[in-house]
Design a binder for this molecule. Structure first.
Ligand code: SAM
Length: 217
């Protein structure tokens, strides 16, 4: 059985009882970064062997994991934070399992965009999750112009390095619209900033943006 296991997005206590049980019981845990996952496993005294499974070895490693699954082994796959497959490795392993008719299940855990959407107070019955905005400013503005036509809540992930330039482009495209920026969700410095892009940007400049961000428009 392949277990896709959702893990915390910051607060180690956000690991479900079922996830702990599965991580203790499987033969191997495929981790995005074994050192990172070790912190979580040590916290719960989980001694299961781990192997790395990340963006750059995902094809060769997926074949290895597939071989073990075919031998009848139980494997769990986790990412550094949150849900595997959501902008993290997992997608191609899931598809290999489907192609090979292997048994698979998902043990739900955190996904940063869900926390941010809930806390934003923005309509959640219809939303568009866009992952990371593109890197270059003109391309990003073009991307935002297209998405502006969607009549629903828009959600993006962003890093501390790009949050201010993305907000600048959001201001250009969306003007005065009230947005929400959620940072460090579930962590000690969790913060939800509301206001137009300029106001949110000004607040962030003051605190020198650090950490991980979700933008809701
Ligand atoms: N798999 C993860 C999930 O389920 O949400 C997403 C991984 S993606 C590589 C990392 C991005 O998710 C970060 O750059 C940030 O935008 C967002 N993120 C992850 N943890 C977060 C947190 N605690 N607070 C705010 N955003 C977070």
């Amino acid at each position: 059985m392949l277990y896709i296991v959702g893990t915390p997005i910051g607060n180690l206590k956000d690991l479900s009882l079922r996830a702990i049980e599965v991580l203790k019981g499987v033969d191997l845990i495929a981790c995005e970064d074994t050192r990172h996952t070790k912190i979580l496993l040590d916290h719960y005294l989980i001694k299961t062997p781990t192997t790395s499974f990340f963006q750059h070895n995902r094809f060769t490693k997926a074949d290895y994991i597939l071989g073990l699954l075919k031998e009848g082994k139980d494997i769990a796959v986790v990412s550094d934070a949150g849900t595997p497959g959501i902008l993290d490795p997992g997608y191609n392993l899931i598809n290999l399992a489907i192609k090979n008719s292997l048994e698979m299940t998902f043990i739900p855990g955190a996904a940063a965009f869900v926390n941010a959407l809930v806390l934003s107070g923005k309509p959640a019955h219809e939303f568009y999750f866009g992952g990371f905005l593109v890197n270059r400013t003109q391309a990003r503005k073009n991307q935002l112009e297209k998405l502006k036509k969607f009549n629903c809540t828009l959600i993006f992930y962003e890093s501390c390095h790009r949050i201010l330039s993305s907000l600048e482009d959001i201001k250009t495209v969306f003007g005065d619209k009230e947005i929400v920026v959620a940072r460090e969700l579930t962590k000690k410095f969790e913060e939800i900033l509301r206001g137009n892009p300029e106001a949110v940007s000004n607040k962030l400049v003051k605190i020198k943006p650090r950490g991980e961000f979700v933008i809701i428009i």
